[in-house]
Design a binder for this molecule. Structure first.
Ligand code: NAD
Length: 329
């Protein structure tokens, strides 16, 4: 009997009780669910990982040590598409598949991104908070329609954000080191360098992956290029933004506002200065959380796990070197 640790909190709290849980049960897989309600630490994983043939992770740290300790592991199934918390090299060395769930969350994250753009531009969350305190402020925001939108990262989510922007007659600038030129032509997107994007956009939205080369892509210098009235939206990964520099820019009104779904440290620390700023909207990494997305990603995960346990290659493997290695075995 194969045993899986469901570390991903959203998989445990939602997907397990729906079709994905049924698929795993019917395949005879025992699933231990995360009872903590938050991600495991490296130390906690090191203690228990050797019991499991597979693990379903959210942001749990799959470091080389954890993977090495997981001697029985056949698959690390990421509930999502950002796999910066998983050491691919260690997984490949140990013949462990690392899979993601593309196609499940991009609509959800793009919807949330636009929700954040509107909330920030139109002072929706700020007005809501004020009215609950018995206040009736006259909050003057900006329009979203006809504004200039700068999209950093033209992948699955960035493209879906752009598709939505066409309904609001926005002028779109995009930066991506490997852009899909046909997509840009179709949607009238102007491909520019980062500097031009930051200088020209009223709203900048980040949709690039977290890698060594993208860490603190938004920093004191790049923030200084933005317009004083500009808004920054981050639904990608917290590490792409130097939070200290952003706090300074927001305090000094070098940019007008920010909406952040992701943070350098999650959960956000209770004494974070971000909590004191009025020109910021903060959400708890919920951009990809919808029942639609969780059922779709959960089904992909359950199918990947059953395939890996049956000795077959699952879909959406991201450690491609393992596939090459297997072909030569
Ligand atoms: P993707 O892999 O489809 O696209 C990422 C794009 O970024 C690619 O086109 C790539 O070429 C581009 N890129 C790489 N380096 C870049 C750089 N230096 N500057 C600009 N672009 C660069 O990824 P996706 O599925 O669109 O996901 C985008 C981001 O959203 C990831 O960081 C992912 O972790 C994050 N995400 C967040 C949530 C959430 O809940 N907040 C949910 C899902 C995904």
């Amino acid at each position: 009997m194969k045993k899986v640790l469901a570390a991903s909190v959203s998989f445990c709290s939602f997907s397990m009780n729906h079709e994905p849980g049924v698929i795993l049960k019917n395949a005879g897989v025992t699933v231990d669910v995360n009872q903590k309600g938050k991600a495991f630490t490296e130390a906690e994983l090191l203690e228990i990982i050797d019991q499991y043939d597979g693990i379903i992770v959210g942001t749990d740290p799959m470091t080389p040590y954890v993977i090495k300790q997981g001697k029985k592991l056949k698959i690390i199934a990421k509930n999502g598409v950002g796999f910066d918390n998983i050491n691919l090299e260690a997984a490949t060395d140990q013949n462990v598949f690392v899979t993601i769930t593309p196609g499940a969350v991009e609509q959800t994250v793009a919807d949330t991104t636009f929700g954040l753009i509107f909330s920030l531009a139109r002072n929706i969350t700020r007005g809501e908070a004020a009215i609950r305190k018995g206040e009736w402020p006259r909050l003057i925001g900006i329009n979203v329609s006809y504004k200039k939108l700068g999209v950093i990262g033209l992948g699955r989510i960035g493209k879906n954000v752009i598709m939505r922007s066409t309904g609001f007659n926005m002028k779109v600038y995009a930066y991506d080191p490997q852009p899909d030129k046909a997509f840009c032509e179709k949607y009238g997107v102007e491909l520019v360098d980062m500097e031009t994007l930051l200088q020209a956009s009223d709203i900048v939205s980040i949709h690039a992956p977290l890698m060594d080369s993208t860490r603190h892509l938004i920093n004191e210098h790049t923030l200084s290029l933005m317009q004083p009235g500009a808004l920054l939206i981050n639904t990608s990964r917290g590490g792409l933004v130097d939070e200290k520099a952003l706090i300074k820019a927001l305090r000094e009104k070098n940019i007008a506002g920010a909406a952040l779904d992701v943070f350098e440290k999650e959960p956000l620390e209770k004494d974070s200065p971000l909590l004191e700023l009025e020109n910021v909207i903060l959400t708890p990494h919920l951009a990809g959380m919808s029942s639609d997305a969780l059922i779709a990603s959960g089904k992909m995960i359950a199918e990947s796990i059953t395939l890996a346990f049956a000795g077959q290659t699952p879909q959406h493997v991201v450690n491609k070197d393992l596939l090459i290695k297997m072909e030569n075995m």
